[in-house]
Design a protein around this ligand. Sequence first.
Ligand code: SF4
Length: 74
Amino acid sequence: MITITYRRNKCIGCNYCTEIAPQRWQMSKKDGKSNLIGSKDKKGFWTIKVPNDELDMNERAAASCPVKVIEVRV
Ligand code: SF4
């Protein structure tokens, strides 16, 4: 399993992560920020554990994020 952590309040809504990893990221119609699908909020750090086969796309999503609010840990 890998862990994805996301500081959602810093998201600028650029849409890159949702284009790269649409299975795990989706833009919110409410506030224009991205949602990390299935994650839980821990004091502003949205976190989820996902299977290893999601590593590549989420690492690419993290690398593409202009404000670097996505962290992927193996
Ligand atoms: S790439 Fe970063 S800033 Fe852009 S929508 Fe995703 S989390 Fe937000």
